[in-house]
Design a protein. Structure first.
Lengths: 271, 413, 254
């Protein structure tokens, strides 16, 4: 690595390499844009990879229940960045009356998101999908690979993943599977915000505090709850995230362990 | 705000397990205050609960176990720091992922500390581990002769072991930079100069570590850029790739191997900007003065300092498939963006990756979790470099039926 | 020498299901195997303690994991174990996951058992097998000691909870696979259990209440017939303390 590269440069370069590699291996490829901060970062990285033009479609899965501000934002930047935008909607389910956030909270996601995506992929015959998930988002994500195969049912066999060495990304694809590409896997939440600041990326204003509340992440309106916050600038958001992570770190103390042991012995009937 | 990414200097500790590796590491962690009081007392409490006396060695064991419980992918999280820099300890062989990561370069050490017991001298395991270092082409090696307290700090013992060592290491082409008499248990010559060995006047372990250079300033090496793809946007043909080493400037002449055709750089492109120069690690696009034909897999190189182009690749492989490797079997080698058909002509120095025991000197096959030196014959010329010099062109994977079956590194002598 | 403990293993499961257990099938045909009929109460804590200290319950006084509401630790057990004695005589020894206390005891080895040594969920019960096996393999690779003792404890919990069910047989199959990985790691191997198992209602003693405080119903409880499989072991184990005595005489220490 060059001595003049800083941490963000290294992350950016790694992501660009991944995106270019994916495009080289799969001509039938698309990138998913949820209009949130991570996928907008991803769009920027795609633009950088191809010198300002993204040579494949950008998919927005529209469940019909997102914030108004998101639609405005989407249409404005799709035009400005000359994106080949595909809006994926499960119109059939919507016609049946399936609404976001109603019912068991699972069916609507399945119908309006997953099935919408499946229909879109089938219609355009996409063999690979680029997404903005990060390893630090959720425990199970830590086991994800950069090139990650999915089977026909969109299932992920995480116990049998192919080995991935350095930046050699392979896809074992046949007609039945598609591959998911994760160029942001090695980015943390803080990295994303720092990049947004550096690149001066446009970000949905819902992320910034208003009246003591802000959204840490943007999902469907019914499912997304804001957090208490006064962070109304990127710098403040970064500070806030850093502080919350350090308080999360809870060391395992010996007293805790003894308590767990007793609890378990009790469960078995020893005490 | 810090701009430079702090790269941690990676060290591996090898040698016979009873010669004090864990104690030495525990000692280093404590003496450099790289482990919190809280952690130390946590380990002391566990020892008490188990009715054991606290030992420095347990600190290291504790940290390895903790790390193993985590989901994170990073293999090396145990570190210590001095005023000069931060070090990362890559734990010693015996741990399942260790050898694989060392051989595939996932966490390759930049220096090694080889431990030998002053009383026992070189053991079988000492030799095996040393051989492993030489397989990786590791040049920066410190030897520590430990447990000097048990031999009453006598110089004769040190001299005897030192002599035996140098003889052996010479045979496997390792020249240690330092040979230091220490006692990890008592703390002699680790962070502090020993009061018990006036006859030794050279550096302590920490001082010795500080002399080691970071090997990876790639910008100063000769220019190499594997071509990743070719784009044509706005009627301009752009050659895209990530610079593996070196620096280029507008106007420089580059040669594309293996074909050998050359041209000069017209522009260096990034989104919405053109650069005067670019260095190792950067993903760029270049346009050339002449309309020559180049392809993905070609390597753009400095015209006056070209890498080796060969149809014979000798690499140290880590085999990862349940189906073993056999001689003459057709495989695909991927090195940077090069993708070339190969087959194995010979398999030597076959080793079990967890015990590092030699299975066979010459073999016809290689099984899962084993390492060997394999000579590959290629259908077409491959452009390679020594892994310790230019890593991107010194490491490769092997593919069989679309699946990755091995990782390997190249050490050119 | 390598001693493998399988807490609660019994011929009553192994022999009728021998065709599902290829490793056991093979080693039983090649090596000496017999039943240890306990003359002391078949309580795990007390038996493992006897086995490795050479003392009967009346002497070592360590009857259970919990005494007067306190979880017992190593320091509460006032005996010298075989590993203490061998170490004093400069013989290398490691002991992994010995369940005379909870969490189980380790000597000269670092191991964090799943579930703090009291695995309860199916995942924890299964994970114990893999983690112990991996630990055994990694220890014997690099730094094999002259005596290595390792105990798989989760089998006991499985037997309490699932005696009479298919899932227990499946668990034995997993154990069988694990034994396959480790049986060849030494020339002298002794596999044994601290007691057997039987239906809760038929068991001669009740070590635990039938319905636990959280509503789990126990299906099995301890039986005094334990198993032994001996590969090149120069002593016979009639009672648990014979293990200790046999080791003392084999290693020729006092």
């Amino acid at each position: 690595m060059s001595n003049n590269m800083n941490h963000l440069d290294e992350l950016e370069n790694k992501s660009v390499y991944i995106i270019r590699e994916a495009y080289n291996q799969f001509k039938k490829i698309a990138v998913l844009w949820s209009i949130g901060k991570d996928s907008t970062t991803l769009i920027q990285l795609c633009r950088k990879s191809f010198f300002g033009h993204i040579p494949f479609p950008v998919i927005h899965i529209d469940t019909g229940a997102k914030f108004e501000e998101m639609y405005e934002f989407r249409d404005k930047y799709a035009k400005e960045w000359k994106l080949n935008l595909i809006i994926a909607m499960n119109k059939e389910a919507m016609a049946r009356g399936v609404k976001c956030g109603e019912g068991d909270g699972f069916t609507c996601c399945n119908e309006l998101k997953t099935n919408a995506l499946k229909q879109c992929m089938a219609k355009h015959d996409f063999k690979a999908l680029i997404l903005g998930i990060r390893r630090d988002e959720h425990g199970i994500r830590a086991k994800e690979r950069v090139f990650s195969p999915r089977d026909q049912k969109f299932n992920w066999d995480y116990k049998n993943q192919p080995p991935e060495l350095w930046n050699q990304y392979r896809s074992i694809s046949d007609d039945q599977t598609h591959v998911r590409i994760h160029p942001l896997l090695h980015w943390t939440e803080v990295d994303v915000w720092k990049y947004i600041k550096r690149e001066n990326l446009p970000i949905n204003k819902l992320y910034f505090a208003k009246n003591g509340l802000r959204y840490r992440s943007l999902g469907c309106k019914p499912n997304t709850k804001p957090i208490k916050s006064d962070a109304d600038t990127v710098d403040k958001i970064i500070e806030e995230i850093k502080k919350s992570k350090s308080s999360e770190r809870a060391g395992r103390s010996q007293d805790k362990e003894a308590a767990y042991v007793m609890q378990r012995l009790r469960k078995l009937g020893y005490m | 705000m810090r701009n430079q990414k702090e790269s941690k200097f990676k060290i591996v500790f090898v040698g016979h397990v009873d010669h004090g590796k864990s104690t030495l590491i525990g000692r280093l962690l404590c003496d450099t205050k790289s482990i919190t009081e809280e952690k130390i007392s946590e380990v002391k409490t566990i020892c008490k609960q188990q009715g054991k006396q606290f030992e420095y060695a347990y600190l290291m064991d504790h940290m390895i176990e903790e790390r193993d419980q985590n989901i994170t992918i990073d293999t090396a999280q145990i570190f210590f720091k001095t005023d000069a820099r931060e070090y990362v300890i890559i734990d010693a062989p015996g741990h399942v992922e260790f050898t694989k990561n060392m051989i595939t370069g996932a966490s390759q050490a930049e220096a090694a500390i080889l431990i030998v017991d002053a009383n026992e001298g070189i053991q079988e395991q000492t030799k095996r581990h040393a051989k492993f270092l030489s397989l990786l082409g590791l040049e920066q090696v410190i030897v520590v002769i430990n447990k000097m307290d048990k031999v009453k700090y006598k110089e004769e013992n040190y001299i005897k072991v030192k002599k035996e060592l140098l003889e052996f290491l010479k045979k496997i082409k390792i020249t240690p930079t330092f040979i230091i008499p220490i006692s990890a248990f008592k703390g002699d010559n680790i962070a502090k100069k020993s009061d018990n060995m006036d006859w030794y006047e050279d550096k302590t372990v920490l001082e010795a570590l500080e002399t080691f250079k970071e090997t990876k300033n790639l910008s100063n090496k000769p220019f190499r850029m594997p071509i990743q793809d070719l784009y044509k946007f706005d009627e301009i043909r752009i050659i895209a790739g990530q610079i593996a080493s070196g620096t280029i400037k507008k106007g420089d002449e580059v040669t594309f191997l293996p074909k050998g055709n050359k041209s000069s750089i017209k522009t260096i492109e990034k989104m919405n900007q053109q650069l005067e120069s670019a260095s190792a690690g950067e993903n760029i696009g270049i346009t050339l003065i002449d309309p020559i034909f180049v392809d993905r897999g070609d390597i753009a190189t400095q015209s006056d300092n070209k890498p080796k182009s060969t149809d014979e690749v000798v690499g140290n492989l880590f085999w990862m498939s349940k189906e073993p490797l056999s001689i003459k079997e057709n495989l695909t080698l991927q090195c940077a963006t090069q993708e070339i058909g190969v087959f194995a002509e010979s398999i030597t120095n076959r080793i079990n990756s967890s015990s590092l025991k030699i299975i066979e000197d010459k073999s016809n096959e290689l099984k899962e979790m084993e390492i060997a030196t394999v000579k590959l014959k290629a259908d077409n010329p491959v452009i390679i470099e020594d892994f310790n010099n230019i890593p991107e062109l010194g490491r490769f994977i092997l593919i069989r039926n679309g699946a990755v079956v091995a990782g390997g590194i190249i050490t050119l002598n | 020498m390598f001693i493998i403990g399988l807490d609660g293993a019994t011929w009553d499961i192994i022999k009728p299901n021998i065709d599902k257990l290829p490793t056991f099938k093979k080693i039983l045909s090649q090596h000496d195997n017999y039943t240890i009929s306990l003359q002391q109460k078949p309580w795990s804590a007390s038996v493992w303690c006897s086995m490795f200290s050479g003392k009967l319950p009346e002497e070592h006084n360590h009857l259970d994991f919990v005494k007067d509401g306190e979880v017992q630790t190593r320091n509460d057990v006032k005996v010298d174990f075989i590993w203490d004695i061998l170490s004093r005589n400069n013989i290398s020894v490691k002991a992994l996951n010995i369940p005379f206390i909870v969490p189980p005891y380790n000597y000269n080895i670092y191991f964090n058992p799943p579930g703090y040594g009291v695995p309860l969920t199916q995942e924890e019960l299964n994970t114990e097998i893999t983690e112990i096996t991996n630990k055994i393999v990694s220890v014997t690779g690099d730094s094999k000691p002259e005596l290595f003792i390792a105990v798989y404890t989760a089998l006991d919990k499985m037997s309490h909870l699932h005696w009479g069910g298919e899932s227990l047989i499946d668990y034995y199959i997993k154990i069988d696979k694990a034994v396959n990985k480790i049986f060849e790691l030494d020339e002298k191997v002794l596999i044994l259990s601290d007691h057997g198992f039987t239906d809760y209602d038929k068991a001669p003693v009740q070590t635990l209440p039938k319905i636990t405080s959280t509503g789990n119903e126990l299906k099995g409880d301890h039986h005094p017939d334990a198993i032994a499989i001996a590969k090149n072991i120069p002593f016979k184990v009639n009672q648990p303390i014979d293990v200790f005595n046999g080791l003392i005489s084999y290693f020729n220490v006092k």
